[in-house]
Design a protein around this ligand. Structure first.
Ligand code: ATP
Ligand code: MG
Length: 222
């Protein structure tokens, strides 16, 4: 399936928007089965960093390798293929497709890989507690339900790398715990690597290590 070696390797990553520096000196290596939490104050660049890790934004300097492939060495189509096969991204703003039902939103990553697996879609919907609303449209959901659609969609194809931007930010403690366990299961049982942005101590407790993003790079917190 995927090659040996780390899932993600980041070296000397820096990002500026025009004259404004966001971060520099970000180094990180994640083997399979590694779950890290990323803290940092609002505006420090956590979402920007995740976008760079996903090849959705271009870093100003440094290097990102996903499964041994240097993202900068791939064209946009090849980057998109790599993301489709190996990445699950829970966006801070969800990015759920408004005209598709919950089940169809969650099935989309499988569809794009040419896999039709309704049983897997049901399984992951059950994991995040959305079976009862599977046929609804996103506009008929609460914020926390939408967030869980985004999480189910990131998990459904069992990606090697999970990037989750405050995945439990809109959830009550019990529901948060449930989705964090679903993320952690993909790491612990299926060997994914996960970077989770969070402000929640309870969420960070699921991670093996906690880092804080600063303008000068990642600082180890625990
Ligand atoms: N496209 C852009 N052009 C210019 N500046 C941007 C752009 N996107 C983000 N920024 C700036 O980069 C900085 C980092 O933004 P980012 O969204 O990554 O922060 P964050 O750490 O995720 O914050 P939050 O915790 O509020 O989600 C902010 O100062 C933001 O204003
Ligand atoms: Mg953010």
């Amino acid at each position: 399936m995927s090659p040996p070696g780390p899932v993600l390797r980041v070296q000397g990553l820096a990002k500026r928007f025009g004259q404004t520096g966001v971060f520099e000196g970000v180094d990180l290596e994640l083997p399979r089965g590694r779950f890290i939490a990323l803290l940092g104050e609002s505006g420090v660049g956590k979402s920007t960093l995740l976008n760079c890790l996903a090849g959705l934004d271009e870093p100003t300097a440094g290097r990102v390798e996903l499964l041994g492939q240097d993202l900068a060495g791939l064209d946009e189509a090849a980057r998109a293929r790599l993301r489709r096969a190996h990445l699950g991204f829970v966006f801070q703003a969800f990015h759920v497709l408004p005209h598709l039902s919950v089940a169809d939103n969650v099935a989309l990553p499988l569809l794009l890989l040419g896999r039709d697996d309704p049983a897997r879609v049901q399984e992951v919907l059950a994991e995040v507690g959305l079976l009862a609303v599977a046929q609804r449209l996103p506009e008929q959901l609460s914020g926390g339900q939408l967030q869980r659609v985004a999480i189910a969609r990131a998990l459904v194809h069992r990606p090697a790398l999970l990037l989750a931007d405050e995945p439990s930010g809109n959830l009550d403690p019990d529901t948060a715990e449930r989705v964090l366990q679903a993320l952690a299961a993909q790491v612990r049982r299926h060997g994914a690597a996960c970077v989770m942005v969070t402000h929640s101590q309870a969420a960070a407790a699921h991670a093996d290590a906690v880092y804080q993003l600063t303008p000068q790079g990642l600082r180890s917190v625990r």
